[in-house]
Ligand binder design. Structure first.
Ligand SMILES: NC(=O)c1ccc[n+]([C@@H]2O[C@H](COP(=O)([O-])OP(=O)(O)OC[C@H]3O[C@@H](n4cnc5c(N)ncnc54)[C@H](O)[C@@H]3O)[C@@H](O)[C@H]2O)c1
Ligand SMILES: [Zn+2]
Length: 375
């Protein structure tokens, strides 16, 4: 299987009259300095797992190029993606004396990205930010699209702004330190991109699953490149999620509810994997998705060594959990559904989400919370 040469992808955001490059290349982290906007100082924001693994190296490289650079870290984990951590980070930036001519470098997974970009967006009314994603999930998904945010008691990601990065620098080699579970979790989002937008990407992941799991840098580069192209094209069309960007929520209506019911002990990507299966199945049950689609999704998730179900949950609690999804606009549960692998179904009046009766969703959810599926 031939792998396209890694190259820069340009993500256009016409509404904000902006565009930025996403550079995906093994070893590109060593060239980070050449992708930075001019600034009086650079502040690397990261978490305490990534800081010792990659932070010191980035900081040394920047200083080695004569740049003024500092590193701020916070305790890793979704539980710290909060206003409180935002407060600490902005206070520490003030403590450093960072002015409006500083630049933030977000070095980490999606938690770091969401938080550091919110800090950048709000500090002195907005600093440029360069995203350096260090998880597969952040590379294929979180680092592109400009969404920032923190979690609050009412739910996840409920306070934030749109703030697009100056550039995104994705170096597949940094994934060598990532726990294997986190790698698989990221694959679930790439599977989603293929399922909703590109059957060839979906099949390519299937054919290359073992290379991806063993972190073959060329395969990972090709995966990230295509996923970013796909997500970037949707974001360019609909930067603020008034329309087609909602497709990116495929698998997430059920996925978010599973996360909620697990008390957020489940990895997001694992919840999404089960959610992809459930929503593909729900579409089949509703007569909208082609028969056999859910089986293809299941087969690909299995090849990616992702868990296929989340046993031990109660179907009705999961259904109730869906109403908490912040993207729910109406009382009826609306869900993105596939027509076939690679293409989503529209309603007769042109909408990208379909209202599904509770019993259909319930049956589909049942199928992903049974123990015996998890083989
Ligand atoms: N803004 C968006 O569009 C968007 C999209 C999807 C997800 N998200 C957000 O992203 C977050 C999830 O992202 P995530 O899965 O990357 O989680 P994460 O940032 O918590 O990273 C997962 C774990 O891996 C560690 N880690 C990161 N890089 C590492 C590396 N190279 N080596 C070793 N350990 C490493 C982290 O410290 C953390 O413990 C969620 O908060 C979600 O809401 C945002
Ligand atoms: Zn997701």
């Amino acid at each position: 299987v031939s792998v396209p040469a890694p190259r820069g992808i340009r993500v256009e955001v016409p509404v904000q009259r902006t565009a930025y490059d996403v550079i995906v290349r093994p070893g590109v982290l060593d060239e980070l300095h050449s992708f930075l906007p001019p600034a009086s100082r650079y502040v690397v924001i990261t978490d305490h797992h990534v800081a010792p693994l990659h932070g010191a190296r980035v900081l040394d490289a920047l200083r080695g190029h004569g740049l003024t650079a500092d590193l701020l870290d916070f305790t890793a984990g979704e539980a710290n993606k909060t206003r409180s951590t935002w407060t600490q980070l902005t206070d520490r930036l003030l403590g450093l004396g960072a002015g409006r001519d500083a630049c933030v470098i977000a070095l980490g997974g999606g938690v770091v990205g969401d938080l550091a970009c919110l800090v950048a967006a709000t500090y002195m009314r907005g600093l440029p930010v360069v995203q350096v994603p260090t998880t597969l999930l952040a590379m294929v998904d979180a680092a592109v699209g400009g969404k920032t945010g923190v979690d609050v008691e009412h739910g996840k990601n409920l306070v934030g702004v749109f703030h697009h990065p100056h550039a995104v620098i994705a170096d597949p080699l940094v994934l060598n330190t990532l726990p294997p579970q986190q790698l698989r979790a990221g694959l679930a989002e790439a599977v989603k991109h293929g399922a909703i937008l590109d059957a060839a990407h979906f099949d390519w992941i299937h054919d290359n699953a073992q290379r991806l799991l063993s972190l073959d840098p060329e395969a990972v580069s090709a995966l990230v490149t295509r996923s970013v192209e796909l997500k970037g094209s949707v974001v360019a069309e609909d930067p603020r999620e008034h329309g087609r960007r909602v497709l990116l929520n495929f698998g997430h209506t059920v996925g978010h509810a599973l996360e909620l019911c697990s008390g957020y002990t489940l990895l997001h990507g694992f919840a999404v994997a089960a959610g992809l299966r459930a929503e593909a199945r729900a579409g089949e049950l509703a007569g909208i998705t082609a028969d056999g689609t859910a089986d293809r999704v299941t087969s690909l998730l299995r090849a990616c060594e992702l868990p296929l179900s989340v046993p031990g949950l109660d179907a009705d609690r999961v259904l109730d959990g869906m109403r908490m999804d912040k993207k729910t606009r109406a009382a009826a549960q609306r869900v993105v559904l596939l027509a076939v692998i690679g293409r989503c179904a529209r309603t007769d009046d042109g909408k990208w989400t379909h209202a599904l009766p509770r019993h259909v969703l319930r049956q589909a959810v049942q199928e992903v919370i049974r123990d015996r599926d998890n083989v």
